[in-house]
Design a protein around this ligand. Structure first.
Ligand code: IVH
Length: 702
């Protein structure tokens, strides 16, 4: 899309604009182009070049200049993505070419059979195929005319869809302008899929949970639901992404055949160069159906490593001339075939609902279903999250339910099948008293969860203990859920401080607790005393304080107890801490009992201090200025330990592969990150041995 020289120019330009507090009107077009370039780097290439604050500064410069000169605002300005007001109801529009669906195949035999048919329909023995991911999102069609995005529509029934242009303009990976006329293309309708990447989806749900809202079931529903939200500002917040995979219609001003519009592969490469996100990076082009099958299998094995959900692969005949010869049925093109991955859905019976009390007193309904096998795992329990979900999904005990389990998304009930009811089903009664301590439950306005507010409720105490000892908190191995429950029930542990005052003799008397287990437990507890302080902060189980917030807090303090002097305003000045989290922290640290607990933990020998204080994030060390990322499963380290080592030496951990990455450490079964890193020349790719050597060379003793 951009030449090397252009990229260099943009770099110079951004350095220059970053120094400015305002721009003059002749500079406006250059700044507009620069921001479009930065959007492309960030949203399409997934490889940002500026920090968020720097980008925001440039955006503000443009906005201010446009406010001063409204006559210079053009529809393709990046500021014009930001919509004003609400969508009226969506109008129905006809697609220029109907959006067909795809025929499905499920195994190698199906693909071999299709290969034979393709050759027969195309009337030739050699066919080139392309294979690309089948994105699990919402179908979309975009119409461009005179290099401008004119209209966007949902798939609808394939013939008519909803006009969602305003919402599509919120999707930063959809270019508002593209130099299509450069290749003689005057108008064009393109097809693609709107998706929500897994990490974005997880972050949305984390925020929704913190805000007491119901969680979104899966990225697919979330994407299609978001396209229909009436408030475009809300759409913008959801971080949608669009991948384009087919030109369904175009008018061409060039008399001679356009060289880019000869094959599917060339078409997508061209769209890629024009700034669209396309499947090209994940695509295979081959003459061999066996290679097609192998590519499908490789992606299926690797699907959980991808940053987005896919439910299969799409195999297409590459040459557009062949596609034309082969034609289509009334339902699907003959030149394309979906290869569907193994189902991650199954039906089962909802046998009963249990109500569990969470760490913060929230009552979580859990559906017990007749165990079913889904994607290699047996599922018997499925969270129903809250009362609203039960009502919205119209669930009854005895219902047949459709259950889905996708990669790292926890299993959930997609829907009930009320048409299969026989009258024996009974309603699910949500309790109004805590199932453990029988206290009255409370529901705060604006929240979906019912809560038990008795902080001494034994279920909550046990959950808090489990959280404190858990892997991401104090990581006290040998003190898992079962032992905590046992020790609690036998009165050996009442609060976290008791973990450090355990009567090991009494434990030795317990059934199945040999001398070896006691020694292991003792050692694990002793070891936990020296955990870095962010683990303790996280382990305290303060509402809304997750691991990231705990790390942010730890970096800002010398000793946890200092937080009792921090007010909400000061807390909010820290990155990622908002009023809700701040309020919860103030509440926690103004409670005398909690401060007393911290004093006691200090006396018991726990680490309450940030040993890296003041020289933390940017402190000097052998890895200063170096960035690392770990991928695949490591055999010699725990990933979190390896990351801590890097940070302790002044290095930084990145979340994805980009040109800013210096070292990619690769374990077993590394996936797409490794592939991506191989394409970038500046990244050092190390195996575990190599990383170990680097650590030793830096003088660390292991
Ligand atoms: S091509 C005429 N390619 O799957 C060809 N479709 O089950 C049109 N989909 O309606 C489709 N990823 O919404 C194509 N790489 C891909 C796709 C893809 C996802 C969706 C699309 C289609 C549905 C069919």
């Amino acid at each position: 899309m951009f030449s090397k020289e252009q990229e260099i120019n943009f770099n110079t330009l951004s350095a220059q604009f970053l120094k400015q507090e305002s721009i003059s009107s002749p500079e406006l077009n250059a700044l507009k182009d620069l921001i479009n370039y930065l959007d492309w780097r960030y949203y399409v290439q997934d490889d940002p070049v500026l920090a968020d604050q720097e980008y925001d500064h440039l955006f503000r410069l443009l906005k201010a200049a446009e406010e001063a000169h409204p006559e210079l605002v053009s529809a393709d300005s990046p500021t014009q993505r930001v919509a004003k007001g609400l969508n009226a109801a969506f109008t129905t529009v006809a697609h220029l070419v109907p959006m067909l669906s795809l025929e499905n195949s499920y195994n190698a035999a199906d693909l071999l059979e299709w290969d034979r048919k393709c050759k027969a329909f195309a009337g030739k023995e050699n066919i080139t195929y392309t294979v690309e991911p089948k994105y699990d999102g919402a179908g979309i069609s975009l119409y461009y005319e005179n290099d401008q995005l004119q209209r966007a529509a949902t798939r609808g029934d394939g013939v008519y869809g909803d006009d969602i242009t305003t919402n599509a303009r919120q999707i930063k990976s959809i270019p508002l302008t593209a130099n299509l006329s450069g290749k003689g293309v005057q108008s064009m309708e393109i097809r693609g899929e709107v998706i929500i990447k897994k990490n974005v989806f997880a972050a949305i749900n984390e925020k929704r949970l913190a805000a007491g809202l119901s969680i979104l079931a899966n990225p697919r529903n979330a994407a299609s639901g978001t396209l229909r939200i009436l408030d475009p500002a809300e759409v913008a917040k959801r971080g949608l992404h669009a991948v384009l995979y087919n030109i369904s219609y175009h008018t061409n001003q060039q008399q001679e055949d356009n060289e880019v519009l000869q094959s599917h592969y060339a078409t997508l490469q061209w769209l890629d160069q024009m700034g669209f996100a396309t499947p090209v990076k994940d695509m295979l082009r081959t003459d061999s159906i066996e290679a097609v099958i192998a590519h499908c299998a490789a992606f299926e094995a690797n699907r959980d490593e991808l940053p987005f959900e896919i439910d299969g692969m799409v195999v297409k005949v590459d040459l557009l001339a062949d596609q034309e010869t082969m034609g289509q049925t009334s339902h699907h093109p003959r030149w394309a075939m979906a290869y569907k991955f193994k189902a991650r859905q199954a039906t089962s019976k909802l046998e009963k609902v249990e109500f569990q009390v969470g760490r913060t007193g929230n009552i979580g309904p859990v559906a017990k279903i007749a165990p079913v096998h889904i994607g290699g795992v047996t599922v018997g329990s499925v969270s129903l999250f809250n009362e609203d979900v039960i009502r919205e999904k119209d669930l009854m005990i005895g219902d047949t339910v459709l259950v889905e389990r996708a990669g790292d998304v926890i299993p959930y009930i997609v829907k009930s099948l009320p048409e299969l009811r026989d009258g024996s089903e009974t309603p699910i009664i949500f309790p109004r008293q805590c199932p453990v301590c029988a206290d009255e439950l409370v529901k705060t306005e604006g929240e979906v969860a019912w809560r038990c507010i008795n902080i001494n409720c034994s279920a909550q105490v046990v959950e808090r203990l489990i959280h404190f000892a858990s892997k991401d908190a104090m990581d006290i191995r040998n003190l898992g859920d079962a032992n905590i429950k046992r020790f609690f029930e036998s009165g050996l542990i009442k609060g976290v401080q008791d973990i450090y005052k355990l009567d090991f003799e009494a434990i030795g008397q317990l059934n199945k607790f040999g001398a070896k287990s006691v020694d292991n437990l003792k050692a694990a507890i002793e070891h936990s005393k020296q955990q870095p302080v962010h683990r303790l902060i996280y382990g305290l189980g303060i509402r809304y304080v997750g691991e990231t917030t705990a790390k942010t807090l730890a970096k800002a303090i010398g000793d946890v107890r200092e937080l009792k002097d921090w007010n909400e305003e000061r807390l909010c000045s820290l990155e990622d801490i908002g009023p809700k989290v701040a309020q919860s922290l103030v509440q926690f640290f103004s409670n005398e009992d909690n401060i007393h607990l911290l004093e006691e933990l200090d006396l018991l020998g726990l680490n309450l201090k940030n040993t890296q204080h003041n020289n933390d994030a940017d402190h000097e060390g052998a890895f200063s200025g170096k960035t690392f990322l770990f991928t695949g499963s490591l055999s010699q380290f725990k990933r979190s330990d390896a990351e801590e080592q890097v940070e302790a030496l002044g290095g930084k951990i990145l979340s994805g592969v980009s040109s800013k990455l210096n070292y990619l450490v690769v374990g077993m079964d590394a996936g797409s990150k490794l592939e991506k890193a191989k394409k970038l020349s500046n990244i050092n790719i190390l195996n575990e041995e190599g990383f170990l050597k680097l650590l030793l060379d830096s003088g660390i003793s292991l």
